[in-house]
Design a binder for this molecule. Structure first.
Ligand SMILES: Cc1cc2nc3c(=O)[nH]c(=O)nc-3n(C[C@H](O)[C@H](O)[C@H](O)COP(=O)(O)OP(=O)(O)OC[C@H]3O[C@@H](n4cnc5c(N)ncnc54)[C@H](O)[C@@H]3O)c2cc1C
Length: 453
């Protein structure tokens, strides 16, 4: 079974264990999928879920696999990145995908489900699986000596988050994401944006230069745009270092000029002068296909973000592969901590799955559960651990989690910007199909259904 990950990190792939049970903490999307995948490989599973004894601020039902907000698993076409991820999961016998198919409701091009039926389906299947024991109990600390998957999600209970901080080092555990928008490199107007680093030091960023008049228009739009209302459990506890850009702007007309829009040390080669203000775009990945807007974490509504950020010179036609947000979200800095097998570099018997591993979204969380479940089972069975091919959507997410070149790691939805670029020039409207064809072919050569079970 070949693995084609670009950079397997140093890692002992097969750790023999004394205790032939996979412990899974958290019965959400990732934990449920992981339990299913491990059990169907013949391994016993103990799945710990704290509900209904204790609920996070967003969970309400006692069922496993609860969707906490929207009932949509997003686009269904495999020509979209998330549609392709779903197709890969279907081919690997995903429980979450089977539940979605069984409880689907009409939603145009999206895959949406009846949320109650969906979670009930998952719960029923896992309860009926003889190899899975479901224990309704909060786990306060993982045992780093037992094969364990931590899948406790963005609202991990406090004692466990504290214990996790002990394993990872507190500096690698985050309680809020502070997400700046990301644009596709090919959609940036290089006639306007120029490449330079401040004072000519370090790697070159792309810089979008503003005249004073352009800045005034942008400032007005930014400070009057609509913001997302906060959830009750999201009382703003912003760190000064990652304030939403609109909050910073509201402090005064010139505040951003001393923060993320500082022009000092940058000369626009087209004018030979320092611009009035600058937005810096920084490469998000080694391939240079994605750029993030440095310091532009934001709570603006998505529609407002696209409208306001397209006022940035050079981004008029930008394709936003991720929009900004700030949420309560427990996640770890996976590039420092995790191997591409989803286990800790320092504690190889502890795996992470789901949103806490640094992905974003229901489907992405379940996909990481699927991979962690396979690898935890393989560890118990003393089989080599596996990494999905880099061409697949799952491989693209693993590449994100282990991307040591990113300066500001934040959770991310799957998107084609995370994939290896396609060879040759392919018209935009055919690219989704080309990514899908390449991914599914690579997946076929990687793991035939049932091959490792
Ligand atoms: C408010 C909110 C809204 C969101 N809306 C969306 C959306 O609309 N669409 C989308 O794609 N994504 C959304 N997300 C992001 C994310 O995809 C989901 O949170 C997703 O459910 C994550 O899956 P998971 O399995 O990692 O965690 P979860 O599904 O949250 O599962 C974690 C489970 O672990 C349990 N648990 C926690 N701590 C412990 C413990 N110590 N011991 C035992 N059990 C424990 C919890 O009770 C829970 O059942 C949202 C997130 C939040 C917080």
């Amino acid at each position: 079974m070949p693995t084609q990950n670009p950079e397997p990190r140093t890692q002992n792939p097969a750790v023999k264990t004394q205790n032939p049970v996979v412990k899974i903490i958290g019965g959400g999307l990732a934990g449920s999928e992981a339990a299913w995948q491990a059990a169907r490989r013949g391994v016993r599973v103990r799945l710990y879920e704290m509900k209904p004894q204790k609920f996070s601020p967003a969970h309400q039902s006692p069922f496993l696999g609860e969707l906490v907000c929207s009932n949509s698993l997003r686009a269904d076409s495999r020509e979209s990145a998330v549609g392709l991820l779903k197709e890969e999961m279907r081919r690997l016998d995903s429980l979450i995908m089977a539940a979605a198919l069984a409880t689907r409701v009409p939603a145009g091009k999206a895959l949406a489900v009846d949320r109650g039926e969906f979670a009930a389906h998952i719960t029923r299947v896992l309860e009926a699986e003889p190899r899975i024991e479901i224990i309704r109990e909060e786990v306060e600390a993982p045992d780093p000596e037992a094969t364990t998957i931590i899948a406790t999600g963005p609202l991990t209970s406090e004692p466990l988050a504290e214990a996790l901080g002990g394993l990872t080092g507190q500096q690698h555990l985050h309680f809020y994401d502070a997400i700046a928008p990301i644009v596709a490199a090919e959609s940036i107007d290089l006639g306007k944006a120029f490449r330079a680093s401040r004072y000519g030091a370090g790697d070159d960023d792309l810089n979008c230069p503003f005249s004073e008049a352009e800045y005034a228009t942008f400032f007005e739009a930014l400070t009057s745009a609509e913001q997302v209302p906060l959830k009750a459990f999201e009382a703003p506890r912003y760190f000064e270092g990652c304030l939403p850009v609109e909050i910073m702007a509201a402090r005064g007309f010139r505040t951003l000029l001393f923060g993320p829009m500082k022009p000092v040390g940058l000369v626009d080669p087209k004018t030979g002068r320092q611009p009035f203000a600058v937005v810096q775009l920084r490469a998000e990945n080694r391939e240079g296909t994605l750029y993030n807007l440095v310091g532009f974490q934001t709570k603006l509504k998505y529609g407002a973000q696209e409208r306001v950020f397209r006022l940035i010179p050079g981004l008029e036609q930008a394709e936003f592969v991720r929009l900004g947000s700030i949420h309560r979200n427990t996640f770890i800095h996976s590039p420092s901590i995790l191997s591409a097998y989803l286990n800790f570099l320092n504690y190889p018997q502890v795996f992470l799955a789901g949103q806490i591993s640094g992905v974003e979204g229901y489907v992405e969380s379940a996909a990481m559960g699927l991979l962690a479940g396979i690898n935890a089972a393989r560890q118990i069975l003393a089989q080599p651990l596996i990494i999905p091919p880099r061409e697949t959507a799952m491989g693209a997410l693993i590449a994100h989690l282990t991307n040591t070149t990113t300066k500001d790691f934040q959770p991310m939805n799957v998107n084609f910007g995370l994939f290896l670029p396609l060879e040759g020039r392919i018209p935009k409207k055919l690219r989704g199909a080309a990514y899908a064809e390449r991914a599914l072919k690579a997946l076929e050569g990687w793991m035939k259904p049932g091959e490792d079970s």
